[in-house]
Design a protein around this ligand. Structure first.
Ligand code: INI
Length: 188
């Protein structure tokens, strides 16, 4: 999930870093994140719905693994990936959530304006996250063909929706931990 071979994370790094810093914020593994009490919004594109609903299955599975209560999860359907940033912005400003997961599938073989849809979606989601301070996770597949998209939406631990769900919990808890570290430095 976080790489393979030479790019994979060595879990021992957290021990060696701990010896050299005052504090670390956030879990060192997506598998270890815990999200009970967190509220999560999921925006899911209907375009290429055969793929995006597999991502949604993965995301819901990931949130369940992380112990997020189903009552704390809201799913919002949007027409396509282009609309995901606006839904994410609404969740961030008015959705009463701690993190937003955005799910979509933009497939180059199927569209001449692939770059436009994928690019606007990615930059829009990044903008929402930075403008609002809300963790917004990019669970959008951008692939050359349907086969590649299906490969990333399999019913197993490699599902990119699962990774997006766990990443949302990771970011929400890490940002909270950074906030706590800052608060701890304030006298009184
Ligand atoms: N939306 C997607 O989510 N994936 C695509 O591959 C795609 N293609 O092929 O164009 C797509 N287009 C729709 C777009 O996201 C908007 O919903 C539509 O343009 C209305 O604004």
């Amino acid at each position: 999930m976080t790489g393979s071979g030479e790019t994979a994370l060595d879990p021992g790094v957290f021990v060696t870093v701990a010896r050299r810093v005052g504090r670390q914020a956030g879990e060192g593994s997506l598998e270890a994140v815990r999200g009970s009490g967190l509220r999560v919004g999921i925006a899911c594109a209907l375009f290429n719905g055969g793929i995006t609903t597999r991502l949604l299955e993965g995301a819901l599975g990931g949130l369940e693994e992380a112990a997020v209560d189903r009552a704390d999860i809201t799913v919002a359907w949007v027409p396509g990936a282009f609309e995901l940033p606006l839904a994410a912005q609404r969740f961030a400003n008015h959705g009463d959530v701690d993190a937003v997961v955005c799910l979509g599938a933009v497939i180059r073989g199927d569209t001449s304006h692939y770059d436009l849809v994928a690019g606007e979606c990615a930059s829009g989601l990044a903008r929402v996250a930075l403008d609002t301070g809300m963790p917004v996770v990019f669970g959008v597949l951008t692939t050359e063909n349907v086969e590649q998209a299906l490969e990333r939406a399999r019913d197993d631990k490699t599902n990119k929706g699962r990774e997006a769900g766990l990443s949302a919990v990771q970011m929400a808890t890490t940002l909270r931990a950074i906030g706590r570290a800052r608060a701890a430095r304030v006298p009184g």
